[in-house]
Design a protein around this ligand. Structure first.
Ligand SMILES: *Cc1c(COP(=O)(O)O)cnc(C)c1O
Length: 376
């Protein structure tokens, strides 16, 4: 099965893991700091804290910003954890609609802030599919209204916005190292920042809120967690990071093939990456035209039958039962339509152009044969 995304594990990763396993210290050792340092150098930022998942990273990012009883503005077009972690930190969540590229609509953020802004604890954006949000506009809003910004860049390690790596501009930026993401540490995540105090606080919360004093004596300053990432996982992360640029190039090659082949086709549109951005191409989303919305299950099944492992990113967070109970039924038009239209097709470094051509031919073939018809 050609999956929509895939990890890259080779002999060098295996050796890095085996080496770390033979070491004296399996967790809480120097590999953790080394991985954090490597991330800082890669993104060109001052501080990093690695954690056992991006969900933990988001939870501690929100917590460090003291968002309790405040409202978080975020996108519904993301993995559930983006909003869940805000709730875990005691905040309320309010969803802002997206634009046609799947990213949060900065104009709608502005409208919301103009109407009322004192209740906002933070804004959390997501660089959907690895394509940066409009960072300058969003940072300006955050500055004008004095609101902290979290960038859930779980998709976007290695992506660029105006010649800078994604993750540099927000107060806190998040990466995920789940196997489908740009690099993996099995499970894992990170928070990066230029703000030393925030990263210090996050590091304290990562390990029970306990700080060592002298010999056996320690003090617990905050109610913390065990969100640590092991040295073995960090050893893998360090090696993965070395291969990231090469893998991103391969993803870009597949994505550019699709971009070209899909231009002006009669079935779906694709997302154009603006010339001042470079996507990590974590996902390659196609957006079916409305006459195919009602056939999406059939299209999905037909692709699976041909060995093409597509996925849908994402069911808007407010559509989950839990959120319906919490917030009532919400309708955001663009997110609703995006969900109806979207399919993520295989795009990763483990496939070649032949595979991409197979995906293209099969997709066109299926869409040509499928019965069109507007829903309802
Ligand atoms: C994957 C993902 C997460 C959660 O990552 P984990 O490391 O699995 O906890 C959060 N936000 C986004 C946007 C993601 O894609």
């Amino acid at each position: 099965m050609l999956t929509y995304s895939h990890q890259n594990i080779d002999q060098s990763d295996i050796e890095a893991i085996v080496d770390a396993l033979k070491g004296e210290i399996l967790t809480g050792g120097k590999k953790v700091e080394d991985f954090e340092q490597a991330l800082c150098e890669y993104v060109d930022i001052k501080y990093a804290c690695v954690l056992n998942s991006a969900t933990s990273a988001l939870h501690l990012a929100y917590s460090a910003l003291n968002v309790k009883n405040k409202t978080i503005l975020t996108t519904p077009l993301t993995f559930a954890a983006t909003a869940n972690a805000a709730l875990m930190a005691g905040a309320r969540v309010e969803f802002i609609d997206i634009k046609s590229d799947g990213n949060i609509d900065e104009k709608k953020i502005e409208q919301r802030l103009k109407a009322k802004s004192e209740d906002i604890g933070a804004i959390c954006v997501v660089d959907y599919a690895g394509n940066s949000v409009e960072m300058d506009e969003i940072c300006k809003l955050c500055k004008d209204y004095n609101i902290p910004l979290i960038d859930d860049a779980s998709h976007a390690l290695g992506a660029y916005y105006k010649n800078e790596k994604v993750g540099k501009k927000a107060d806190l930026s998040i990466f995920s190292f789940h196997p489908v993401k740009p690099i993996t540490t099995f499970e894992g995540g990170a928070v990066i920042s230029n703000n030393e105090e925030l990263i210090k606080k996050i590091k304290l919360l990562r390990s029970h809120g306990i700080s060592k004093k002298r010999f056996w004596d320690s003090d617990m300053l905050e109610l913390g967690y065990n969100y640590r990432l092991s040295d073995v996982a960090c050893a893998l992360g360090i090696n993965q990071l070395k291969k990231l640029d090469r893998n991103l190039e391969k993803r870009e090659e597949i994505a550019q093939f699709y971009d070209k082949e899909f231009e002006k086709n009669p079935y779906f549109s694709t997302i154009k990456i603006k010339n001042y951005k470079k996507s990590s191409r974590h996902l390659y989303p196609i957006l079916l035209f409305p006459e195919f919305y009602c056939q999406k299950e059939d299209i999905f099944q037909a692709l699976l039958d041909k060995g093409i492992g597509v996925q849908v990113h994402y069911k808007p967070t407010y559509e989950f039962s839990f959120y319906k109970k919490l917030l009532g039924q919400i309708r955001l038009e663009n997110a609703d339509n995006f969900y109806k239209a979207e399919l993520s097709i295989p795009c990763h470094q483990e496939m070649n152009l032949q595979d991409a051509k197979f995906v293209k031919d099969t997709l066109f073939d299926i869409l040509e044969k499928i019965k069109k018809g507007y829903c309802g």
